[in-house]
Design a protein. Structure first.
Ligand code: 5GP
Length: 171
């Protein structure tokens, strides 16, 4: 669906845009494990402002391809975020349920600013309104893998984004 070259070009653009917006500030990039790890690695290196990294893990799909709506923090941040410029790095925004919960939780810790960058945004799919300032690509409502995104923990290392053939997960 999206080639290695297309991803790399868009990530460089996002890095430049975010760096311009945060000129003179230090950004704390908060990645949501595990899917966003690959995007975080490339995005952070495309940024020219000072960057710090922290990680959260929340429960997500497991090995199913449908959103459960159940969000649980499995690993919290190591850093305090009060008064800091926090940018949440997500792999894909689907129903928005995960992010809605996360943003509410992070906002209660009183960061100086709180924004979201997502690599992929599923068109017409958001069930809850999310203010997502930076988005890499809009994608149709299909189950995608690669560039950090998995199916049952596989395919995360593909350098491109592809659509999983339904025969790979249906009986
Ligand atoms: P949401 O709460 O927005 O429905 O789901 C967000 C999370 O679900 C993402 O961070 C990702 O882990 C997972 N997810 C949603 N859509 C897809 C998809 O098409 N492919 C993969 N591999 N994961 C997805």
């Amino acid at each position: 669906m999206i080639s290695d070259e297309q991803i790399q070009a868009r990530v460089r653009e996002l890095g430049a845009q975010i760096s311009a917006d945060y000129e003179g500030k230090t950004v704390l990039l908060v990645a949501v494990l595990r899917g966003a790890a690959i995007f975080l690695a490339d995005l952070s290196r495309a940024m020219t402002v000072p960057v710090e990294l922290d990680f959260m893990a929340v429960s997500s799909y497991g090995s199913s391809t449908k959103s459960s709506g159940v969000v649980r923090i499995l690993k919290d941040l190591d850093e305090q975020i009060e008064g800091r410029h926090v940018l949440v790095v997500e792999d894909i925004l689907d129903t928005g349920l995960t992010l809605k919960y996360l943003l509410k939780n992070l906002a209660s810790r009183k960061p100086a600013s709180l924004e979201v960058v997502t690599l992929l945004n599923k068109e017409g799919k958001q069930r809850v309104p999310i203010s997502c300032k930076y988005s890499g690509f809009s994608v149709p409502d299909e189950f995608v893998v690669g560039y950090g995104l998995d199916f049952a923990e596989r395919y995360r290392n593909l350098p491109y984004i592809g659509v999983l053939r339904p025969s790979a997960y249906q009986d």
